[in-house]
Design a binder for this molecule. Sequence first.
Ligand SMILES: [Zn+2]
Ligand SMILES: [Zn+2]
Length: 363
Amino acid sequence: MRDYYEILGVSKDAAQDEIKKAYRKVAMKYHPDRNPDNEEAESSFKEAAEAYSVLSDRDKRARFDQFGHQGLNNQGFSGGGFSNMEDIFSSFGDIFGGSGFGDFFGGRSRQQPRGSDLKIEIPLTLEEITKGVTRTVKIKRMENCSQCSGSGAKPGSTPMRCSTCQGSGEVRRVQNSFLGQIVNVQPCHSCHGSGELIQNPCSHCRGEGRIRELATASFDVPPGVSTGNYMTRSGEGNRGPKGSSPGNLMIYFQEKEHPVFVRDGNDLLIDAWIQYPHAVFGASIEVPTVVGKVKLKIPSGIKSGQVLRIRGKGLPELNSHRTGDLLVRINIDTPQKLDSTAKKLMQALSEELPQEPDFRKFR
Ligand SMILES: [Zn+2]
Ligand SMILES: [Zn+2]
C-alpha cells in the first residue's frame, strides 16, 4: 500500500487545510465524471479518498504516523477503505458539494437514500479488556422485508417507473445567472429519489421494503480498548428504504468500574495496606492482578505512600505488543484491634521508640 502523504502529495507535517486542498486537486483529476469507464482513474480516486479519510481525522492520522498502515488495519479498526463510490460521495459531501464543485458533483449519488447508522454501547470489565472478548448482541435493526424482498411492492406486482424524474430519482433545475448556468440537482420529490412508484404496497412493510426486527451481531473486541474507543462495522446498520444500501454499525466501548483497580492509561493502580513491622523489616506479599496474583517484595524501611511498580502486569496496549504496569502504593495500617500478645509487644515497642515526633516541613 502507498503512503497516504505520498498519494495526496503533501508533506508529513501538512496542515489540515493543505490536506483538504491537495485531496480536492487529486479527486478532481481522477473524478469519474471526467474519466468515464476508466478503471485506473477510479482506483486512484478511491485511493485518494482513503488517504484523505485517514489524514483528515486526527486520531487516525496519529495512528498512521506512529504505526503506518498496520496501525489502522489491525483488529477491525477500519482505516477507511472504500468499497464503492457512493461511500466516498456520502463521506465527503462537504468537499464535493462546496462552491465550485457543485456543477461537477452536485447531487450525485450522495443524495440517494441510505440506511441510517446504528450505535451500540458495549460495557466491558477490566478482565474482558485485558484478554479481549467475543461479543454477540441482539440489536433492533431495520432489515429487508422478507415478504417483498425489500422492493416494497406487493408480491406479484412490480413498481412503476416514476414519471416525474423518468426513473432517475433526481430532478435537475437549470438556472441562468450572470456567472453562467447553474445546475441544481435534487432528489425527486414524487419518488423520494428511488426512481420508482409503488402502486400496490407490500402489506407487511407498508411499502417501505424494510421492517424493524431483532438481529444478532457478533464481533471481537480487541484487548486494550478503553472508554470512547469504537469500531465501525460497515453495512451492518439499518437497511435503507426499498433495498437501498445499509448504514454502518458503530460499536462504542464503555469500561465498567472495577472494585479494586483504577486505570491510568495502560497502567493499573492499587493501594496496599501493610503492618508497621513489615514496613520496617520488609516483606514478601501477594498482589492481585486482573488475571491472578503475583509476588511482590517490599523492601525494608519502606515509607507510607511509596509506590512499587510491577512491570507488565497492567493492561495490554491496543494494537501493540506492549503491556502497562501495575503500580502498588504502600500504606502503613494502624491496627484498631489487637490480641493480648500483640498488644503487649506493641506497648513494649512504644516505650522503646522515641516519644517525640520528628517535625518536618509540610509538603
Ligand atoms: Zn415488504
Ligand atoms: Zn421520481
